[in-house]
Design a protein around this ligand. Structure first.
Ligand code: ZN
Ligand code: ZN
Length: 253
């Protein structure tokens, strides 16, 4: 499995890159996990604007899904003809949410270009991936995603506060891409995001083999988030950065 960071800026795009979006690929099959503002810029840089097989949305907050609107235009109005219709998976109401965001008139809306499918908890087969969804704490319906393929596991937190579901998603993962939006000293309300310390704690409880911290808002000091995570997780840990590529080899770790 290969993961490319298209965007890792938390809650809104940063000066150097897009809001949440990640390209996951294996054997030429590609899915985009979340599509926050600026994701399309980064996706075009990979050279794979049109060869995406599905879009998978962890939740429907604006910073995780609004570039689907631009992607609709890119696929539908491509000069050489529309790109094939692909599935867009997301929480309940995903189709209506994105039609409204685009301000598309009923009835078909973006469904001309995307086949909208609403998530159900549990395990799904998406191309070569075995995907298990775990509900996580966040103010809206939100999921952590665990992908397995050929003996390797990759987990993505989406946006999540503390909880066992996140630990289960990341159990023994070869790579755990986990949000760490907050400094502990900020005393933010529970149920929305994780501190660096909490991200490390969850990775340790899960037995994750490698931790990459993401979804840091532009005002969040990365060095201090990293230091917090290192207090509670003693494996390999780093901050996500735009354009970073992670190859998760079979049997790694
Ligand atoms: Zn977010
Ligand atoms: Zn969110």
């Amino acid at each position: 499995m290969r993961v490319t960071v298209l965007g890792c800026s938390g809650s809104f795009p940063g000066p150097e890159g897009a809001a949440s979006s990640y390209l996951l690929e294996v054997d030429g099959f590609r899915v985009v996990l979340d599509m926050g503002s600026g994701a399309l810029t980064a996706l075009q840089r990979t050279g794979h604007l049109y060869d995406v097989d599905a879009v998978l949305l962890s939740h429907l907050h604006a910073d995780h899904c609004l570039d689907v609107c631009g992607y609709y235009v890119a696929r539908k109005y491509r000069p050489e003809g529309p790109a094939p219709r692909i599935p867009v998976y997301g929480p309940a109401g995903v189709h209506e949410r994105l039609d409204t965001a685009y301000r598309y008139p009923a009835p078909a809306g973006l469904a001309e270009t995307f086949e909208f499918r609403e998530w159900t908890e549990g395990t799904h087969t998406i191309g070569p991936f075995r995907l298990t969804l775990r509900p996580v704490w966040h103010p809206v319906e939100a999921y952590a995603m665990r992908f397995e393929h050929d003996g390797t596991a990759f987990a993505y937190s989406g946006d999540s506060s503390v909880g066992d579901g996140l630990v289960e998603a990341a159990r023994d993962a070869d790579l755990f891409l986990c949000e760490a939006s907050l400094l502990s000293e900020w005393n933010e309300p529970d149920g929305v995001h994780l501190t660096g310390r909490q991200a490390g704690e969850h990775a340790t409880r899960a037995g994750a083999r490698r931790l990459v911290l993401t979804h840091l808002p532009p005002w969040t000091p990365g060095d201090r988030i990293l230091a917090e995570a290192r207090d509670t997780y003693h494996g390999e840990v780093e901050l996500a950065r735009p354009g970073a590529v992670y190859d998760i080899a079979s049997g790694s770790g």
